[in-house]
Design a protein around this ligand. Sequence first.
Ligand SMILES: *Cc1c(COP(=O)(O)O)cnc(C)c1O
Length: 398
Amino acid sequence: MKKLAERVLNITPSVTFSIDAKAKQMAAQGIKVVNFGVGEPDFDTPAHIAAAGIAAIEAGHTRYTPSSGTEKLRQAICQKLGSENQLSYNPAQIVVSNGAKHSIYNALLALCDPGDEVIVPAPYWVSYPEMVKMASGVPKILDTREEEDFKVRPEELVAAITTRTKALILNSPSNPTGMVYSASELKIIADICVQHQVYVISDEIYEKLIYDGVKHVSMASFGPDIKELTVVVNGMSKAYAMTGWRIGYTASNSALAAAMGSLQSHATSNPNSIAQTASVEALCGSQEAIGAMLQEFARRRLRMVELLNQLPGVSCRMPQGAFYVLANISQLLGVPYGGEVILDDVRLAGVMLDKAHVAVVPGSGFGARNYIRLSYATSMENIEAGVSRIRTYITTPY
Ligand SMILES: *Cc1c(COP(=O)(O)O)cnc(C)c1O
């Protein structure tokens, strides 16, 4: 049999999905698993948005739409970017896709020639390096430090830029670290990218999930030069608990938007027509649900961080955004407890699932060995129970 393409032989399957699959399998066998592996809000889509989806079906909005999205939705997105992010775009600069993940993939396909380098700061969202490779680019991982809140050092960014560097992928608020870049930190990165003419794929999907009065600033907002180079990526999944609806979007310069629209027209036609109608309601209707969701996440975040930091051998920083905690577990490695000497984060996550029935994601998938990621998009009850199970396991004598 002839072999499969290099493109697929080179990609690593998503660790988040494999842990999740195993946790669900155990749950199906009747084992009560506390799942800290999930990457989506545990809330339902707000009722008024769901109703708009139902109304869209009944009104017959069930046909193909323009490939880059309906005029109505793209106008609503322009309005949102104007009022919330002080960014002026016209609908021709907006491409609506099947989730923000698809938006990022479109951007990479439209930007990368074979061998072009894309700088990906670590810890990174699992899919970034793989999507770069799928687009024939070369991911250049730029390590950061926990004591610097996992933020890119400007001088190290400059040093990572070569003549082949096409883009930087930036994610603030970050999955998996929860860290948020300040305006002044972003401005420095923006200046470097303008100076070296590097595109910025700015993944702002967690923009609204942000705590303690910290402010989200869009990368594109530091003037026309950086705006021209920035692909603002955002979507409905996280802010509106709409992961299954699959709507994300980009705002970019017109040439890039046209290129992405054209790619998409051949690959997937248009994003789901019903979900697009519901997304107009999400953006233009009441924003009340976000506040309630945010309040609940904020409470859980404090409790999760407090409980984790009380565990022997575990420490974590206070995240400022998203709904994840990246916990440092380096002190749990290489020492005996619970019947085994665990040597790495992947094994630790495997054993936590098997023995403590708690699903966490090993940091390796995010380019962060010696860490595990825990999502607090789950009930307070689960948070208490799950961390308590971890405590029991790691304090069980060898
Ligand atoms: C969830 C997530 C996305 C996008 O999700 P979609 O459902 O595809 O819109 C993008 N980036 C990060 C970092 C995420 O965690």
